[in-house]
Write a new protein. Structure first.
Length: 295
């Protein structure tokens, strides 16, 4: 299947998500444009980035993502770029590829039912969508203040995310100080580092006013709970860290492949908000923080 044929299926899914209020998608009749490639650092094309209105959509170029729709960016430029290891080596790719094929099959059926034969995002009649899918929708976001600044060095995504997390709780720290605390080097000599010390650093920088938990087996429900409690969290995928400030979940009682579980992440590398398909992401860790109540 060509990238534009896949884009037609993604357009159908975006239209449905917009019709039920699960995503703030582009206006009615906006085309999914010609894609530019997104490369893995190994030299493979792993995503096709299609312009959509004032933003873009990332479409899987390989079935190992597990779903055609990888991410939707409402505001941003569709530019060719390189991703550093978008999935872990140990990812069960055969299982993900089978899930991808099932979703493509369901979305192709959905596109036929709604009569979409071209890659154009259309806001469908909600009554028709509810009849076709019988969807259940749940969407929440944090206030706009929960946004991290852009990272000041390519290696400082973690520092930028911790800066955004602390700023939400009114602790102003610059990235260079945070990079030092997190073992990420200095401005003249930044290093990528790990997120092993993030919990200790946040606790110490707030005088233990924040209790912090780090998970190596994160779930969608974990981030959902944090957003419902009006708290940002940090999500780690290979080579990147992002602050989670919202979620959307649409389950279909008739077409499983049309369902969508997305996280609204503030990506300091791009300086943009992204709705990422949780089922397509290789989430390897998370960091949650909450105010410690003093008796």
């Amino acid at each position: 299947m060509s990238s534009m044929e896949t884009a037609r299926l993604v357009a159908a899914q975006l239209g449905v998500l917009a019709a039920v209020g699960a995503l703030p998608c582009a206006g009615d009749g906006v085309p999914v444009g010609e894609p530019v490639p997104v490369w893995c650092d190994s030299g493979e094309v792993v995503l096709w980035r299609h312009p959509v209105g004032r933003g873009y959509v990332d479409v899987a170029a390989r079935p190992c993502w597990g779903a055609p729709l990888v991410a939707f960016v409402p505001e941003g430029r569709a530019e060719s770029t390189v991703l550093r290891r978008p999935w872990p080596v140990t990812d069960p790719r055969e299982e993900a590829a089978e899930r991808y094929r099932q979703r493509v099959q369901d979305l192709a059926h959905l596109a036929r039912v709604v009569g979409l034969d071209e890659p154009v995002v259309r806001r469908f009649d909600r009554g028709m969508v509810e009849e076709v899918l019988r969807p259940r929708v749940d969407t929440r976001t944090l206030p706009p203040c929960a946004r991290p600044p852009e990272q000041e060095a390519d290696e400082w995504a973690l520092a930028a995310c911790v800066q955004g997390l602390l700023a939400f709780y009114r602790y102003p720290y610059d990235q260079e100080r945070l990079a030092t605390e997190l073992g990420l080097g200095t401005g003249p000599d930044p290093v990528r580092g790990t997120w092993d010390d993030v919990a200790l650093a946040v606790r110490e920088l707030t005088g233990k006013a924040l209790s912090v938990e780090v998970s190596t087996a994160p779930t969608f429900a974990e981030h959902l709970t944090e957003v419902r409690e009006q708290r940002p969290s940090i999500s780690f995928v290979p080579g990147r860290a992002r602050v989670v400030t919202g979620y959307t979940r649409m389950s279909s009682l008739r077409l499983i492949g049309a369902s969508f579980a997305g996280l609204l992440v503030q990506d300091p590398a791009e300086g943009a908000a992204r709705w990422e398909n949780y089922d397509a992401m290789a989430c390897v860790g998370s960091c949650t923080a909450r105010v410690t109540l003093v008796p």
